[in-house]
Design a protein around this ligand. Structure first.
Ligand SMILES: [Zn+2]
Length: 75
């Protein structure tokens, strides 16, 4: 009984051949990230975004303080 690769349609004479093909040619597709892993990645991405915003805020604060400092020297 023949089997076909559900991704590229290649024909194999048994499931073992197909399994090997999937492992080699469609690695990303047949080993999807587990749900929990994806949730963790999403959380980290969100944290990353928040940290970037925080950094932007701190940089702005830094600029203001530097300007203040420069002004105090001028006096
Ligand atoms: Zn295939």
């Amino acid at each position: 009984m023949s089997v076909w690769c559900p991704i590229c349609g290649k024909e194999f004479k048994d499931g073992r051949g197909l399994a090997g093909h999937l492992r080699i040619h469609h690695l990303q597709v047949v080993t999807p990230k587990p749900q929990r892993m994806q949730a963790k990645i999403d959380t980290l991405k969100k944290e990353n975004r928040e940290l970037k915003e925080r950094i932007a805020e701190l940089e702005e604060e830094n600029r203001l303080l530097s300007r203040k400092l420069e002004r105090s020297y001028e006096i």
